[in-house]
Design a protein around this ligand. Sequence first.
Ligand code: PLP
Length: 377
Amino acid sequence: MIPFLDLTRQHRALHAELLAALGRVVDSAHFVLGPEGRALEAELAAACGVRHGVGVGSGTDALRLALAAVGVRPGDEVVTPAFSFVASASTIVMAGARPVFVDVDPDTCALDPAAFADAITPRTRAVVVVHLYGHPAPIDAVVAVARAHGVAVVEDAAQAIGATWAGRPVGSWGDAACISFYPTKNLGACGDAGMLVTDRDEVAEHVRRLRHHGDGGRYRHVELGYCSRLDELQAAVLRVKLLHLGRWTDTRRAIAARYRAGLAGLPLGLPVERAEARHVYHLFTVRHPQRDALAAALADLGVGTAVHYPLPVPGQPMFGADERRWPQAARAAREVLSLPCYPEMTEVEIAGVIEAVRAAVARLAPPAVPRPGAEVT
Ligand SMILES: *Cc1c(COP(=O)(O)O)cnc(C)c1O
């Protein structure tokens, strides 16, 4: 069996370091908004090439508070891609605004800048741009459209820590960005945690206030806030793991390169990596029109897979829109399949995944028409 993901391997390797870090926090008895969190904020801001990091309870909260801090108010519209994890849109609703879904690039599933431009109205206040699977969206083009229309840019970099576009880190392009430390992310906590990164002083200051009950200091609450602070235990864990993140990312990229070489020539869509992009392969997601049959065949051969995501966001029951309005997103939801891709995979497992995918694809009928992004012999 080759599991889709096995986090116990990472924790076995770091066991002593993690327990020492946790012990330091337990002994200090400083659990919320303390030195570990402040140090992690500085380290993450530096890694993203911005001046501020603000630790919060989750990636979702980072998005929610970023939207408030860039000025999204009830009645506003916020543009967001029709294909992502649900939080890229649900947080817009939490902010009281209306998500305006636009279709995605068929190759990368990223927000299409032209579709974004078409969706702008006088009520558009912000855009949430998602660096899905760890591949940066064309953020320079998105920022250019946004600036031309006075629209704020919030980057959902939950899956993309360490990725760059045109040599510049994701998280440094927009007005604010969200990072998630959900345990399965490339930099994962032992629980929920997240961070907002921004170069804008007033956005950072506003989110620091919002995460702590709108406190302007000394129990003077100047606005309605939330309770969403970064836990010191999580910050200590994350600081240990951050020391290994560069090496882990290199290994993810090496696994992706092995998969590309081993799966070339099959009637299977491989992930596209744009020339400007440094992809961090949070997920290595292939495409096939008979996705469910492919997943079943791989399960038979002992390879775990996962579907990110089975529905376009506006087609989720909570939104209930007719997904045919976003044909590329709807098609992606039918075709995508994520293969195991994590730094602790063994050589034998990587080779085993390649062999199993080749065997599984051969069992399926070939697609009638080549698809964008597919490599077809
Ligand atoms: C994980 C994720 C989030 C939310 O992060 P949490 O830490 O789970 O709240 C938001 N957007 C995307 C694209 C994600 O993958």
